[in-house]
Write a protein that binds this ligand. Structure first.
Ligand code: PNS
Length: 171
């Protein structure tokens, strides 16, 4: 998958809210970065009415985390994922699958995206078993009750989370 016909680079989009980015996300980013020449991490704008991190914070955190990964960049996007894929010239969307519940959710999304733009084909990566219980929404729930999420996020994200007001409830 490294080089396309005509010497074009293979480019993929890894989209998400990353609110916050987890160790599971980072594992998928590393693995996807090894499969494509370029990997664009697409950070969804207005992913939720009450995000834990602002768009600027989520982008900055990811940029720092991928700074040593060649070919990996971070871009915010708004609107339809298929339009973002088109704009970037990517040939694939990468999504992780943790459980059958993810599959039920992801399959129709991938099919709808492919219907709207056949270029926006989705490649699913199986989440590593040690990360399959980790989700951004679960982390926010744990934080709301002052639980420990140290093993679920990169060290820099853990430090950033500690600076956030722990008394708030995040959805
Ligand atoms: O991290 P998330 O919240 O699981 O990521 C979900 C994401 C960003 C991939 C999904 O919500 C998305 O693609 N949103 C953009 C709007 C869109 O294109 N929706 C699909 C309609 S079929």
């Amino acid at each position: 998958m490294r080089q396309l016909a005509g010497g074009m680079v293979s480019k993929a989009v890894f989209p998400g809210s990353f609110d916050p980015v987890t160790v599971g996300h980072m594992d998928l980013i590393r693995r996807a970065a090894g499969m494509f020449d370029e990997l664009i991490i697409g950070v969804l704008v207005n992913a939720s009415k009450k995000p834990l991190g602002t768009l600027e914070e989520r982008v900055a955190i990811l940029e720092e985390l991928v700074q040593d990964m060649p070919g990996v960049t971070v871009q915010p996007f708004t609107g339809l994922l298929v339009d973002f894929v088109q704009e970037t010239g990517a040939v694939a969307v990468v999504r992780g699958l943790r459980t059958a519940v993810d599959f039920e959710y992801e399959l129709p999304l991938a099919q709808a995206n492919c219907h709207m733009n056949p270029q926006a084909d989705t490649v699913f990566l199986a989440t590593a078993p040690e990360y399959s219980y980790i989700s951004s929404s679960g982390i926010k729930e744990i934080l709301a009750f002052h639980g420990d999420v140290r093993d679920m996020v990169p060290e820099s994200v853990y430090r950033w989370l500690q600076t956030k007001c722990q008394d708030k409830r995040y959805d």
